[in-house]
Ligand binder design. Structure first.
Ligand code: 13P
Length: 251
């Protein structure tokens, strides 16, 4: 039985005061949810504050990106070891905004996955198709390529120490959520693909859904057999929404 995981991806939002307020509300609002893991991925500058507030609580934390390089002359980058200094457990790699706005290709994403895992972080590997790709029937091929880049550089076994997030690009920040059946179908495809190479990894790996998850649609999504929680953008910035989504995962 896979535990449910709900991760807030704050993206480039908030300030220090708002972040503190949000974290305190999340701690209080999720204390009665013993069966799920609740996490936030905050902007880098707030990680020291996040660590201070969340340490010794049930809420865990991580970052939204990591460099594919070791320490060195890479202006503006943040290495995996640096994230460990702030006790991050998770780091998102290959978010579609990183892929489309910052030119990260499948190989770069796989390198980031490798550095994160090598440092002891749990990468949350994002995969997903654009609307155009879905409309021409390319969804599975695109996701397979995104997964294969990691499997080729690492191994199928490496996925056991990771989380996969299916985030259809057309559902991110658009208010247009994949239906539970649409999402389940892609999640099952991902799990079956992994099962062809390692049934144990396929059975244990958490596959999250992301893309316009709200308190109003979370329960139906989380009820699907291969959806193990959510990666939440906009709704993770609103304390009550995020807490309700976490509660939906508990039920
Ligand atoms: P929204 O929940 O705002 O659609 O964002 C989803 C996402 O990109 C999470 O990583």
């Amino acid at each position: 039985m896979r535990a449910k995981l709900v991760v807030g991806n704050w993206k480039m939002n908030g300030n220090l005061a708002q972040s503190r307020e949000l974290l305190n509300a999340i701690i209080t609002g999720t204390t009665e949810l013993p069966d799920i893991v609740c996490a936030v991925c905050a902007p880098y500058p707030y990680l020291p504050a996040v660590q201070l507030i969340l340490k010794d609580t049930h809420v865990v934390w991580g970052a939204q990106n990591v460099s594919q390089f070791d320490l060195g002359a890479y202006t503006g980058e943040v290495a995996a070891e640096m994230l460990l200094d702030f006790a991050c457990r998770y780091v998102i790699v290959g978010h579609s905004e990183r892929r489309s706005l910052f030119g990260e290709d499948n190989h770069t994403v796989a390198e980031k996955f490798k550095k994160a895992q090598g440092a002891g972080l749990i990468p949350i590997l994002c995969v997903g198709e654009t609307l155009a790709q879905r409309e021409i029937g390319e969804t599975e091929r695109i996701i397979e390529e995104q997964l294969d880049a990691v499997i080729k550089l690492m191994s199928i076994d490496s996925l056991a120490q990771s989380v996969i997030a299916y985030e259809p690009v057309w559902a991110i920040g658009t208010g247009r959520t994949a239906t539970p059946v649409q999402a389940q179908s892609v999640h099952a495809f991902i799990r079956n693909k992994i099962a062809q190479q390692n049934a144990g990894v396929a059975a244990s790996v958490q596959i999250l859904y992301g893309g316009s998850v709200k308190s109003s649609n979370a329960s139906d999504l989380f009820a699907m057999s291969d959806i193990d929680g959510g990666l939440i953008g906009g709704a993770s910035l609103i304390a009550n929404e995020f807490i309700s989504i976490c509660s939906a995962a508990q039920h």
